[in-house]
Design a protein around this ligand. Structure first.
Ligand SMILES: [Zn+2]
Length: 241
């Protein structure tokens, strides 16, 4: 790659995929770039591959950044809105010897989250991140189980992850991965994403047969797909750390 000032500044993550046939580039909502390569791909070809798509990358990153609300980029949020579970948390920061978090609920106002650190200068994202993962693990498994029962589409295992560019995935062993950031989406989109992944337990592709299975449970899937793309630029930066 030549040294061009317009070059992307963020690091590129490499992901090896058993199903990928060619190398391909993905940009998430905060402009993070992921290159997906097939197994056995010669990685020394990557600089050339990325350079060939530089114009597209720059344009895509600029577009993502232009639509993004700057308030999402703070690493010390005052409010956390988890649309999926219909909860809005007020976040307070305090100092104490033992770092940690505590939840405070009161019938008269929004629940409050207290983040305790030893010093004000310490980053809070590791604590917030842990809290978000725990929240996702306490809500998404039962939800997926319910959608699985309703649709009759069975999976063998669920993992909740912090993924940068994907909402979810499903493997040939029927293992489903769900991104904990689903908690930021409206409830109906989470349900749709679950239907999307569960339908991959029958068809491991995006064939016509696959979409007609999806349509049985989510007839408006095209609109949902579009919304999922739009939401990728609405995830707060702290949740992507
Ligand atoms: Zn899919």
């Amino acid at each position: 790659m030549e040294n061009n000032p317009d070059h992307i500044t963020s690091a590129i993550t490499i992901r090896v995929s058993a199903r990928a046939k060619h190398a391909c580039l993905k940009v998430n909502g905060v402009g993070h770039v992921e290159v997906v390569i097939p197994k056995g791909y010669n990685q020394s070809l990557l600089p050339e591959f990325i350079a060939q798509h530089q114009t597209w990358l720059n344009k895509t990153i600029a577009r993502m950044k232009a639509v993004r609300d700057p308030a999402l980029d703070t690493l010390r949020p005052q409010r956390i809105e988890l649309q999926a579970v219909n909860e809005t948390w007020q976040v307070n920061y305090g100092l104490r010897e033992k770092p940690g978090m505590s939840e405070y609920r009161n019938a008269h106002c929004d629940p409050a989250l207290w983040v305790w650190n030893r010093e004000e200068s310490e980053p809070v994202t590791p604590l917030l991140s842990k809290w978000l993962t725990a929240k996702a693990k306490s809500t998404l498994p039962a939800w997926l189980e319910q959608v699985s029962e309703q649709t009759g589409l069975r999976y063998s295992k669920l993992c909740i992850r912090a993924q940068k560019t994907r909402w979810g995935s499903c493997s040939h062993k029927k293992h489903i991965n769900l991104n904990r950031a689903l908690l930021f989406l409206p409830e109906e989109l989470v349900r749709y994403l679950m239907i999307h992944e569960l339908s991959h337990t029958v068809h491991l592709n995006h064939s016509r047969a696959y979409w007609s299975l999806v349509a049985r449970w989510a007839p408006q899937y095209q609109s949902y797909e579009k919304q999922l793309n739009q939401y990728s630029s609405r995830i707060p930066l702290w949740a992507l750390q």
